[in-house]
Design a protein around this ligand. Sequence first.
Ligand code: VG1
Ligand code: CO
Length: 543
Amino acid sequence: MQTTTVQTQPISGQKPGTSGLRKKTRVFMQPHFVENFVQSTFDAVDGVAGKTLIVGGDGRYFNAEAIQVILRMAAANGAARVITGTDGLLSTPAASNLIRQRGADGGLILSASHNPGGPDEDFGIKYNIANGGPAPEAITAAIHARTEEISEYRIVEAQDVDLGHPGETSLANMSVEVVDPVAAYAELMQSLFDFDAIRGLFASGFTMRFDAMHAVTGPYATAILEGMLGAPKGTVVNGTPSTDFGGGHPDPNPVWAKTLFDEMMSDAGPDFGAASDGDGDRNMILGRNAYVTPSDSLALLAANAHLAPGYAKGLSGVARSMPTSRAADVVADRMGIPAFETPTGWKFFGNLLDAGKATLCGEESAGTGSDHVREKDGLWAVLLWLNILAVRKESVADILAAHWASFGRHYYSRHDYEGVDAAAANAMVADLRDRLAGLPGSQVAGLTIEGADDFAYSDPVDGSTSTGQGLRILFEGGSRLVIRLSGTGTEGATIRVYLERYVPGPDGLHEDPQSALAPIIAAAETLAGLKATTGRDGPDVRT
Ligand code: VG1
Ligand code: CO
């Protein structure tokens, strides 16, 4: 088989963001685009000669083609083995698990996660390291630097490898192993949760709806919930992955999973509802007439995780991204375990998990996970909830109300302004950043500002630092406003405004979140001038 060295030139814009490189699919489909980025990745990790890689994606448009390119390039660069799922399908947490379980040197995950897919939508590639987690900033920076000087890449000339069924073949001198994408992951879940108890819950008539949003968790959820746990057929809806997610936006939130949300907000709805995103690492949790915000879900899971066998010995600590509400901190404090605050993006949790400093991690963007893998994990969160429900035998709404009564409630919402002119968004953030130092002590919209800064993080394990991670404004009484720009979008800028207000209780625990947060929403407008910057009356998405 012929290995070719192809001459190429740097392509600008190959800078990984919050979670890998994300662009319009057509950008990825340009000549040399995938090849340049993949070769730069291999170069940045000292090559892949003799190494084992996990490669897989969420099945979106262009996945199949990109995987074949990666296989040919891995072979040409001397990799010993690539392991992938049938049809190249792997959820992000399942890929993370395979890297760990098979002792691989790293992996490439093909996904733009919660972004829509298709020829006119989004695509992405992300490199994960040997611990199973997203590459830390030092590596993504090295990959980006390499893309700016690349002059050639290596590829073998070969026919497509058949990935349609489990088995092993070879490509040049490299082994290509196709595995059932679900098996190892399902086994891991079984080792963490009390499947007998959950089976008992379903046998008692407990009803559930899981919306896989035409994305990668369909086969996982069907095999585990309906196959292993005895949930009735039809529990999983939209369970067949499609290249464009059925034309939808595979982001599990009240806006994009509206059908499920509306079904749950009724007396006739199922007992429990859940959804996951394009690549299976996000989750939305619902009960009958109850929406559990991701921030509350993290806090609640931290307080109840010991009810599941995998966490019976307790937690070493809890970590959350900075914009995530401080509900989990209150729980950690009560439990006497440390709480960590990291920048946005799962890559910042890796060191804490590896060092055993944190057991559970979460983000307000519907990401929750633990030290079982090094990615957030949608189905894992759903199964932990099911395990807790099976033990407590209370409704989601009752469990939530009891949690607030015990710990107080952090009213929370995120307002997104999408596709904003990037220069205007950057100017708005820069202007507010310049004014931060003068804000403490002043009054805005009837609230007194107690502190304000641009969040910077120093990793307690390796001492690496990350600055410019979001503007924080703290108000007297425990309310907070955070503003940052998204690092996963592919068009213009997305401004994210995170709103939080703490009510200790016992009164005022059951207000409508948007009304409870009205003073902070008003303060955000006064401080940042969102309407003037965006030319809009309000956000495009409220979660
Ligand atoms: C968003 C979320 C962040 C999450 C990231 C990747 O990033 O805010 O919490 O880790 O997406 O999630 P940003 O920079 O757009 O705010 V996934 O499920 O798209 O890999
Ligand atoms: Co995702």
